[in-house]
Design a protein around this ligand. Structure first.
Ligand SMILES: [Zn+2]
Ligand SMILES: [Zn+2]
Length: 180
């Protein structure tokens, strides 16, 4: 894993490449206590603090760059507009940075541990998000869009919560609940 100094260099590199150097100065640290999130951003400190989970990235080093970029979009957007959410502006910037999912997509990977409320089931049709403690056993469809029981036209996408955020003013429901 890169050292904290190397992370700081990666930050500078990504800042130049994707943000035209506009991301405010952030301090990037590893946090060895995180067990149910990959990253965290704290807006209330000066500079803004981005923390990354040692435990998570030891097992998923390939996800480090994406997670750092994700947190950088938060820092950038907060600085510009006081916006802490995953709304349209966030998604627009995400696309520019080549990120495809708000949350770390679970795919076929086993979660690195089972802990409280770490899965999100999301309906792409109506944006309903349900927070779950455990992996669902079977495919589920959206209860709001499916009128009569299970309907494969409205599948729920499974996502893993990978970050917690502090002091959000517009923190979306699901992300907020993921903070214990
Ligand atoms: Zn986020
Ligand atoms: Zn729905």
């Amino acid at each position: 894993m890169p050292t904290e100094t190397e992370l700081q260099l990666l930050f500078a590199e990504l800042n130049n490449y994707y943000f035209n150097g506009e991301t405010p100065v952030c301090r990037i640290r590893y946090n060895s206590r995180f067990s149910n999130s990959a990253g965290r951003i704290t807006y209330s400190t000066r500079p803004v603090l981005i923390e990354l989970s040692v435990k998570h990235f030891r097992e998923h080093p390939e996800a480090l760059r994406e997670t750092l970029l994700h947190e950088m979009i938060h820092a950038w957007l907060y600085d510009r507009a006081g916006d802490t959410g995953h709304g349209p502006e966030f998604r627009k910037k995400m696309a520019e940075c080549g990120l495809t999912s708000i949350y770390h997509d679970l795919g076929n990977m086993k979660p690195f541990n089972e802990s409280a409320k770490r899965y999100i089931l999301r309906c792409e049709q109506c944006a309903l998000e349900i927070l779950r403690r455990r992996l669902p056993r079977a495919a589920m469809s959206c209860g709001r869009c499916s009128k009569q029981g299970y309907d494969p036209r409205f599948p729920l996408t499974l996502l893993e919560v990978t970050e917690t955020r502090e002091l959000g003013m517009t923190v979306p429901r699901a992300a907020f609940k993921s903070q214990r």
